[in-house]
Design a protein around this ligand. Sequence first.
Ligand code: 1PR
Length: 592
Amino acid sequence: MEAATFTSASQFLAVGNPASSSSCYGSYSPRLLRYKLNTNALKFKAHTSSSIRASASSDGDSVVTLLDYGAGNVRSVRNAIRFLGFGIKDVQTPEDILKAKRLIFPGVGAFAAAMDVLNKNGMAEALCTYIEQDRPFLGICLGLQLLFESSDENGPVKGLGLIPGVVGRFDSSKGIRVPHIGWNALEITKDSGILDEIGNRHVYFVHSYRAIPSGDNQDWVSSTCNYGDNFIASIRKGNVHAVQFHPEKSGDVGLSILERFLNQESKRTKKPVQGKASKLAKRVIACLDVRANDNGDLVVTKGDQYDVREHTKENEVRNLGKPVDLAGQYYKDGADEVSFLNITGFRDFPLGDLPMLQVLRYTSENVFVPLTVGGGIRDFTDGNGRYYSSLEVASEYFRSGADKVSIGSDAVYAAEEYLKSGVKTGKSSLEQISRVYGNQAVVVSIDPRRVYLKDPKDVEFKAVKVRNLGPNGEEYAWYQCTVNGGREGRPIGAFELAKAVEELGAGEILLNCIDCDGQGKGFDIDLIKLISDAVSIPVIASSGAGAVEHFSEVFNETNASAALAAGIFHRKEVPIQSVKEHLLKEGIEVRA
Ligand code: 1PR
């Protein structure tokens, strides 16, 4: 399943079984046949380059048609289009597709659900016609996959059948972490037009399914990416483009790709910016712990071992800046992602917390890397007896601009329940949200505390030998999970939790450590190694970064996919760029 942001759960759940939908295709796709017979219909246009700027097309038409087929929120694509100076016309009917001058199709959600919607409202047919007429088209992520004959995602399910090939799942038995999340390199295989300017730079991917290049589709493929095997990163034929990655989340590089598509008719000279991207980069993430201070203003705060109050007479909440400003700054500084943790979400209902939603909305207008938000994602009944499911809470976060949500306390309860009963009820927040939005959109944030042991057999939880002995010379420790911002220890270890939440649908783990938080003495390597070796989803190392060397240490000694820091960035002790320069010097690939 690809990332999705549904306007409401019921909207998504109303989508029926694709097998029963009125498909315009027989067992041999007529679209594919027509394409094979009619390749001359696609004429290749000259392609040139230009710099990123907020300006409309030189042909004077500054409106782009957007196919948001109603199953998802494409807020970040909208924001990027507007940032580049273009207006948006939403497709309401199939005729709007046929009348479009340029069409962007940012597919979200599951393949089957998307095809079902497109078939039912007649948009599949209109899309095929539009593309066959070689009119300017840009598909993004699922918007690329749907062009193929079929997908294995909950399938096989038939696609639009314009490009030969089947979309299949990444094979995690090849030792890769699935979903494929992060900044990876492209191998450009032919003149791609919209990619000409990006040179050898990283772009942002987040997906579990991909199409493989073959002799049958080689005339479509304009770039590939390597992750376990080579998969199709983009296609181009004439004016028809589609990309598996997310240009709207790929920083300046992504904006330049969108800008080249939007300004197709303008004169450009090809000026590729040379980078050194060769593989999936390790990510550097800036984290903003956010809460209301005692005056009710939303501030970025930062704790020492989760204590965020100043040790003064007033005992006020530590205030390190404004969330939107800091997020914008970190984006400019080169953060690969930005995370917001609403740290009092466990007691304040997030849908009542409109400032936090506002923070997300404003941030997503100018920050074009992935945004994660966490805090308070759980089922909730308000003072008037109105029940909100965790899915509704998450949906509101997504609608406001989040790309991923992070679940803390509620994931602990779900894992405990699952380990006790051995049954997946399908009702936990984790299961509900990952079912609708895809597991790549669901992060589980773990807040463990180290508990030292003389003998690992003293507990039923996984214990490890630690490099730094405990206060009484203990050689072992287990990592006890906590809830409610570290206030309550639970009878489950980080190891057991991580494995359980992976099974329940988490796509990534944000691994904090209360003992290391805010200490600046380095990440807890024992913990991060334990967890990153235990699961096959990406693990973000968090808590304790105090120097650039701590980042190379965690990447050299563990299988973490990303490292997150807060205090050193907020206090301007170590700029993000210095971390990246250090990692590059140490031979660790990062997005430059
Ligand atoms: O339980 O689903 O409501 O989620 C609450 C979220 O808020 C959880 O993700 C939890 O980690 C977070 N949280 C709750 N209380 C605190 C606190 O600090 N009092 N923040 C808190 C946790 C941890 C990190 C931090 C790193 C890096 N923050 O993300 O940013 O430790 O810090 P450093 O680089 O300065 O060492 P729910």
